[in-house]
Write a protein that binds this ligand. Structure first.
Ligand code: GLY
Length: 257
């Protein structure tokens, strides 16, 4: 059984961190409706949803992906690059405790889960304003014993590595080649987004299906044409907070069921 840990949209989401986006007004009710549609899509694909309550004092806390990386063997609790987000960790730790042993990234390292791309036993960690070499070293130390190989990845023009590349299956990546050099991912098949749709590379793989943002219909059609089962959701209001689809869940297998 796949579990999806999510968190309700904070009423303070309008005060979120922004790095590559201009601030624009966020309608909290619309963001909540979109988030509901997202969790419904995950549930429809067989995920058991564990939704944490909203955190009124943590504007970015709906973006649970940044606070942990859950592998089959262990969960890594991150040290988010934005100080305002570090208070998101205790509740995520509590939520993950029943499922995995926990490891922690420690200061001075910083890393957001949005910078961590896992495909099979390969892990790429984006070097961004949020994630650094110290974290890559600590992450590698934590997961090498399980057979993972950890690589640093260069990425430009976006917040996180997974703004520019996500896995659509164990062997295949969806890539925005204007933001990442595809040669970094040798050994993987790389599909490219439609060039008119920057941002389209962030999709959520759920078993054999993919959830894609409705804002990028050409890339979604390309995935369909390639043989993927694609479900689209409108995440436009959440995108104003510089969050993408993968940011809104922690997806992993519950080995106990
Ligand atoms: N607003 C998403 C982030 O900056 O972490």
């Amino acid at each position: 059984m796949l579990v999806a840990i999510t968190r309700e949209v904070s009423p303070a989401i309008g005060d979120c961190e922004l790095t590559h986006l201009e601030r624009s007004s966020i309608d909290v009710e619309v963001a909540r409706d979109q988030h509901d549609a997202y969790t419904t899509a995950l549930a429809g694909l067989g995920c058991r949803i564990e939704q944490l309550p909203a955190e009124p004092d943590l504007p970015d806390s709906v973006f649970v992906e940044d606070v942990a990386v859950v592998l089959d063997e262990v969960a890594i609790i991150t040290r988010p690059g934005a100080e305002s987000r570090r208070g998101e960790r205790p509740t995520i730790e509590q939520a993950l405790l029943p499922y995995r042993p926990l490891e922690h990234i420690e200061a001075p390292a910083t890393i957001d889960g949005g910078d961590v791309l896992v495909a099979g036993r390969e892990v790429w960690i984006g070097l961004t304003s949020r994630s650094d070499h110290h974290a890559i070293k600590q992450f590698r130390r934590a997961v090498t014993r399980y057979g993972y190989r950890v690589h640093a990845a260069e990425v430009t023009g976006c917040l996180h590595l997974k703004s520019a590349v996500t896995a659509v299956d164990a062997e295949t990546l969806l890539v925005d080649p204007t933001r990442v050099d595809v040669d970094q991912f040798s050994g993987r098949r790389c599909l490219t987004i439609d060039p008119s749709e920057p941002g389209a590379a962030n999709v959520v793989r759920v078993s054999d299906a993919v959830i894609a943002a409705a804002a990028y219909p050409r890339t979604a059609q390309c995935l369909v044409d390639t043989g993927y089962e694609v479900h689209t959701v409108d995440a436009s209001e959440l995108a104003r907070a510089e969050g993408a689809l993968t940011c809104c869940s922690l997806l992993f297998e519950d080995h106990g069921t």
